[in-house]
Design a binder for this molecule. Structure first.
Ligand code: ZN
Length: 195
């Protein structure tokens, strides 16, 4: 399976992901490819639905540096709780390239979940990694950072978003992208296998 990063407003980005039941060899290959794509596009995190897969998992490396392997994290079935403190900082997204805007997030969160080996990765996280985890977990719930903007910022990026919407429409019309129904059927089939 060769993965690609999908862009706003592809419907898979709005698909709430279901928890994974099992990790197998193919899923390990998928995760390796997700890291490759994340580094290639100079990101610090990538959620499964950004590569058109309905699984509750994301990968992250807060430095975005492929040499910093020790900072790589695989988050399977993540659940966030106990958020506290607020901080506003600029965010971008590999599925909405070129758009950046300030987003307010909790500075400290509790994360529960599993890594690729089934180890419990629950704990408290703060700072930039907490922001990345919140952005990526949002993806798994079908939420994008552009949903969390204030009215002034939302107005500021509206034209840019419209460009993405027009590009998506024209790719639908040329058949370069599958219809919403075809996407939904494919996601359902993939969910049947692993969630
Ligand atoms: Zn994103």
């Amino acid at each position: 399976m060769s993965l690609q990063i999908i862009q706003y407003p592809h419907p898979t980005l709005r698909h709430p992901s279901k928890p994974l039941r099992r990790v197998d060899a193919e899923l390990r290959k998928i995760i390796a490819q997700m890291f490759e794509l994340m580094y290639e596009h100079e990101g610090v995190g990538l959620a499964a639905n950004q590569v058109d897969l309905p699984y509750r998992l994301f990968v992250a490396n807060p430095e975005g540096d492929p040499a910093a392997k020790e900072l790589e994290g695989v988050f399977i079935n993540p659940v966030i709780s106990g958020g506290r403190g607020l901080d506003t900082d600029e965010e971008g997204c590999l599925s909405i390239p070129g758009i950046r805007a300030p987003v307010t997030r909790n500075t400290t969160i509790k994360i529960q979940g599993y890594d690729l080996n089934g180890n419990d990765i629950s704990g408290e996280v703060n700072g930039f990694l907490a922001r990345v985890i919140q952005h990526e977990t949002d993806h798994l719930d079908g939420t994008l950072f552009i949903d969390r903007l204030g009215p002034a910022q939302a107005t500021e990026i509206r034209d840019a978003l419209e460009e993405f919407e027009l590009a998506y429409q024209s790719k639908l019309e040329t058949g370069e992208l599958p219809s919403a129904d075809q996407v939904a059927n494919r996601l359902k089939e993939l969910e049947r296998l692993r969630t």
